[in-house]
Design a protein around this ligand. Structure first.
Ligand SMILES: Cc1ncc(COP(=O)(O)O)c(C=O)c1O
Length: 465
């Protein structure tokens, strides 16, 4: 069979080499389309079929595909120098990028440390926090509290703070899993709670855990300020953020915001932290939209006093071969210039409202969409079997994966990765490129609604409802 006749192809049909899919997709499942090229908000497969990118891949391609300015910057830098190890050569590009990112991030962020992606960024932030504690006379601080559910990356260190029981069931015994506090989910609440009272309870629990672990042993609290796939776009109230900041201050615990998905303009502010004026984090991590998929890149943003303390005591004991890579820094400089030139942060805010309203109207019409949430263009829908009782479809049915499969047939590309094996609900991110026009957002909702109808037909045909 030719490699390009995809109809009957399944994962595992290539006995040797062939496809990385064999590592992570169950054997026998249909293989996804092979991408040929992409432009703007669309991708085409090798047969010429077009797909609307409704989720920016894994919430990455914020400026769309094939941006000419970024491609030109990439080419120009590739001709000059693609690699120079930062311990031996400084690069003007990394200084410029650091200045640019810190300017956009605003007060409290003076330096940026660049790595290759989100997991590396979170591990770097945790190590930076730890080294800062040691050099400032608080060596007993070692524990990083995080939330459940949450996602902070796939490497073993990032997994230690990730709240995902299904992944931890496999890898947990290999890592030192750290204390978790419930994330304030807002749709399906514990018995007797309102959204507000549950948020309060979650914040209070953070303090209880700090006290029970021993405040002098707690280094940091890491959280996604606006949830990604782990919570399906949960946004908390200013009061929750104020409480968290107050508790961390009171106990000398550093607050780390994982803005790998929510940062770089996606929610209508450069950092989603900017939505809550008096609850600033001490450290922020970025990736995904920072280089928008044109190159792998992540970053830790830190204030001078933390970096200076570490530099003054011998320097950060941490680094990777590709940290501060000149080609990646050139690309990210060009991406951020495009974010500014095209007013994409404002566009994310305005078009986010437009899309959210359209999704809410769609949810009214659909029997399967129980909730719509998020901020800016970091939106999510929650799929349910019964809207009134908020009852989830059977977990084994894996509704988000089936919706993705229907979407591909309809010509819409959705991002699907199920957190916690669906324990907290079935979420689908709706996170198109920030460059999407209103007409493209209309098309997104139309295709999504058709895919939801297909899913509903499938649910009826197998007798689930
Ligand atoms: C909130 C959050 N943190 C961390 C990560 C890990 O980033 P990466 O996959 O680049 O390592 C992700 C990836 O989806 C994420 O959404």
């Amino acid at each position: 069979m030719s490699q390009h006749t995809s109809a009957a192809r399944t994962v595992g049909d290539t006995p040797k080499g062939g496809s990385v899919l064999g590592f992570y997709a169950p054997k026998g499942t249909p293989r996804p389309p092979q991408v040929a090229h992409a432009a703007g908000v669309y991708l085409w497969d090798v047969h010429g079929k077009r797909y609307l990118d409704a989720t920016s891949g894994a919430v990455v391609t914020n400026i769309g595909h094939g941006n000419p300015q970024v491609l030109q910057a990439m080419q120009e830098q590739a001709r000059k120098v693609t690699f120079a190890y930062p311990r031996f050569f400084e690069s003007e590009l990394s200084i410029r990028l650091s200045d640019k990112v810190c300017e956009l991030a605003g007060e409290g962020f003076d330096r940026a440390f660049f790595v290759s992606g989100g997991s590396e960024a979170n591990e770097s932030a945790i190590k930076l926090a730890r080294q800062y504690a040691v050099v400032s006379g608080q060596a007993s601080r070692v524990k990083v509290i995080s939330r459940n559910p949450s996602y902070h990356g796939a490497t073993l260190g990032a997994l230690a703070v990730t709240g995902d029981s299904s992944t931890l069931a496999l890898y947990g015994p290999m890592v030192k899993t750290l204390p978790k506090v419930a994330a304030p989910l807002s749709y399906r609440l514990p018995e007797g709670h309102s959204v507000e009272s549950f948020e309060e309870a979650c914040a209070a629990k953070l303090e209880t855990i700090i006290l029970s672990e021993g405040p002098a042993s707690v280094l940091a609290f890491i959280m996604e300020p606006i949830g990604g796939l782990s919570t399906g776009g949960v946004v908390s109230s200013p009061r929750y953020f104020q409480s968290v900041r107050k508790i961390c201050d009171h106990h000398g615990v550093l607050l780390i915001f994982d803005e790998i998905m929510s940062g770089a303009g996606r929610t209508g502010e450069f950092l989603s932290a900017h939505h809550w004026a008096d609850s600033r984090p001490d450290l922020v991590t970025l990736a995904k939209g920072l280089a928008a998929g044109y190159t792998p890149l992540g970053a830790v943003l830190a204030p001078n006093h933390i970096v200076d303390a570490i530099a003054g005591s011998g320097g950060f004991v941490h680094g990777h071969t590709y940290f501060t890579n000149p080609l990646s820094c050139a690309v990210a400089n060009a991406v951020l210039d495009e974010v500014t030139r095209l007013n994409l942060v404002e566009q994310a805010r305005d078009n986010g409202c437009y899309l959210e309203n359209k999704l809410r109207a769609m949810a009214e019409r659909s029997a399967l969409v129980g909730d719509v949430r998020g901020k800016g263009l970091l939106l999510a829908i929650e799929l349910v079997g019964d809207k009134e009782s908020k009852k989830q479809l059977p977990v084994s049915f894996n509704a988000p994966a089936r919706l993705t499969a229907h979407g591909l047939k309809r010509g819409i590309a959705l991002y699907n990765r199920r957190a916690n094996k669906g324990e907290f609900g079935d979420f689908q991110m709706i996170t198109p490129p920030l460059t999407s026009t209103r007409a493209e957002l209309d098309e997104l909702v139309e295709l999504l609604e058709q895919s939801l109808s297909d899913l509903q037909a499938e649910i009826h045909s197998v007798g689930l409802i």
